[in-house]
Ligand binder design. Structure first.
Ligand SMILES: NC(=O)c1ccc[n+]([C@@H]2O[C@H](COP(=O)([O-])OP(=O)(O)OC[C@H]3O[C@@H](n4cnc5c(N)ncnc54)[C@H](O)[C@@H]3O)[C@@H](O)[C@H]2O)c1
Length: 289
């Protein structure tokens, strides 16, 4: 396989395009317009520039990587790609439309994959031309830094499709783990209940934001506390994934913490809006309770 295509040039899609190009693949990068795809590539150029300054990569490597990434205005060139990875907005209707139009161009033995965090792969596969060649490849943010890919097979995914994605992931230097098509896969299934529980603890007055985070960071040897991490991920995203776990399993242990719901309703979504559990508008995050 020589070429991969990435649809969606946001934070995840750009990251996937970058690591694919660094691994030597030719990459087609698509978004809702050529302009947005080119902005995605410009973001990659900035990150690579930083790596050159820090002497992590050479200027030649930067140029070669960028030369392999081709922003495209429509899906026609995607017919050449052996693997098409959809990394567009987490919205099922948007993703289904993409699978229908990109699927029409899918080469004879090419694979269509989704980077969805929470939508069942078996259900999404129904919008693809061949569910045997449809699979979940779940990268982590930021893609160039995080060493993991969760591979999720749908009910109809073939062994050849799994093997193709495995060899792609290996060439990227990522560790691959296999998860069944269950709500939250592995990482979010384990992580979100912890973040949600931290919200319950805060809401019930067990401890302050600073103490909940310090306790978990130092007591569990985590790089940061759960409320800080939730602010980084986005509280709306945390709530959406928790709801997927709750609705997908029907198990009340996954019910969203009322305080998390309230923060989202208030528009306090974390770092991206300047306020979540912390106030992020100054030089240092400040706990708000
Ligand atoms: N952010 C994370 O930490 C993370 C981690 C793993 C997986 N994901 C998943 O990756 C996907 C993308 O998330 P993101 O954080 O990069 O979002 P993002 O908002 O940064 O990027 C989404 C991109 O999709 C584009 N898009 C929207 N509609 C489109 C269409 N019809 N055709 C082509 N492109 C379209 C948008 O213009 C945008 O550039 C989602 O499915 C998300 O659940 C996110």
């Amino acid at each position: 396989m020589q070429s991969v295509a990435v649809i969606g040039a946001g934070q995840m899609g750009a990251g996937i395009a970058q690591v694919s190009a660094q691994a030597g693949y030719n990459v087609f990068l698509a978004d809702i317009s050529l302009d947005v795809a080119e902005k995605g590539k410009a973001g990659i150029a900035k990150l690579l520039e930083r790596s050159v300054t820090k002497e992590k990569i050479s200027a030649a490597e930067r140029d070669e990587t960028l030369a392999r990434i081709q922003p495209v205005s429509d899906y026609a060139p995607l017919a050449e790609a052996g693997l098409i990875i959809e990394a567009a907005t987490e919205n099922e209707a948007i993703k289904r439309k993409i699978f229908e139009s990109a699927g029409a161009l899918l080469g004879g033995d090419a694979v269509l994959a989704s980077n969805t965090s929470s939508i069942p792969i078996t259900r999404l596969a129904q919008a693809s031309p061949d569910p045997a060649r449809f699979i979940g490849v779940h990268f982590f943010n930021p893609v160039p830094v995080m060493g993991l890919i969760e591979v999720i097979r749908g009910l109809a995914t073939s062994n050849e499709t799994v093997a193709k994605v495995e060899s792609f992931g290996q060439r990227l230097g990522k560790r691959i783990v296999h998860a069944n098509d269950a709500p939250g896969f592995i990482v979010n299934r384990v992580l979100m209940p912890m973040l949600n529980e931290a919200c319950f603890a805060l809401g019930e007055g067990v401890a302050t934001i600073a103490d909940i985070d310090a306790a978990c960071q130092l007591g569990l040897n985590h790089p940061m506390g759960p409320l800080t991490l939730a602010d980084f991920i986005g509280l709306d995203t945390c709530l959406a994934i928790t709801r997927v776990l709750f609705e997908g399993t029907g198990d009340p242990k996954f019910r969203p913490a009322p305080l998390l719901v309230k923060y989202v309703e208030a528009g306090w979504l974390g770092k991206k809006t300047g306020r979540g559990f912390y106030d992020w508008t100054g030089a240092e995050p400040v706990p708000t309770r």
